[in-house]
Write a protein that binds this ligand. Sequence first.
Ligand code: COA
Length: 324
Amino acid sequence: MQQFTALLTGVGKALPQKVLTNADLEKMVETSDEWITKRVGIKERRIAAEGEWASTLGLKAAKEALAMAGIPPEQLDLIVVSTTTPDTVYPSVACLIQKDLGATKAGVLDISAACTGFIYASGIAWSMIRSGLMKHVLVVSSEILSSTVNWTDRDTCVLFGDGAGAVVYSSSTEEGRGILSMTLGGDGTECDILKLPNSGCRRFPEHQGSFIQMQGNDVFKLAVRTMSECATEVLTSAGLTTEDVTLLIPHQANIRIIEAIATRLKVPAEKVFVNIEKYGNTSSATIPIALCEAFEQGRIKKGDVVVFDAFGAGLTWGAMVLKV
Ligand code: COA
């Protein structure tokens, strides 16, 4: 039987123009540039303007990824969007992007896996391509977290930002390239440590509005543990070691989480991609935005081994190895 692999053929990103700096936040809540820089590693984040939504940012990123892949939208078989902040529950963001791209042949769906959404969406793309069912899949991760942040809560408002990233995966019969391994996991028993109440059909009278609620310390510890385990697992199942890794692209939630994972995995700092200082935590969009910037900076070339590693609300986690 013919073996198919999912090659990465395009990447793109879109970030709002508006920059919110730590100095701006100092005027909004009792915080300081020093605290945020030291404890989290963020200097500034982007905030969507009026009329910028998950669909519009996602569309921009998708167009860039398709242009790099050289694939006309009509050839897409599937569009998977990961988002925690869809324009509306329905129509899905994937439907809106499909309409604006003119991707007439594509199936469309949104998925919800919080900050791990990009890995889960890539898993769907990989399965479809590997099974021989599809040739080209567009994955878009687009988040407007500014719409879910309580701007008077210093525990959370300094952490998040808006942005979108997109990739195209295309079918190939080339051996040893493309997505090599993946792991996906979760733990609903820990659902209370990171949540967005009043965001669905259930009402939570104890919470005013719909804002991110987080027990930061618990999230921190679990993120370090699970992300370290996930990355080790995918490298082992791909028959590789950290020595083989060109670039580790972890979810950008806190510089101290990233450094702790790199230390545990024994990956040197120069092999770890970090851009949290510019964008903060854009949930599922952090990895594809970082991937796109890694290409722009010439840090990835054909044949390189890249590891994606993520953790998020739910809880959810996942990692994958990609040979570019
Ligand atoms: N500015 C200044 N001080 C702040 C602050 C802010 N923005 N936020 C909290 N503090 C204060 C706290 O009130 C506390 O003060 P106290 O000692 O007087 O009580 C002190 O700083 C330490 O708080 P703590 O929560 O212990 O800090 P921390 O080192 O754990 O850092 C987080 C807090 C949120 C940055 C950190 O726990 C974290 O990054 N967690 C993971 C978050 C995350 O990644 N979420 C998304 C997952 S996908």
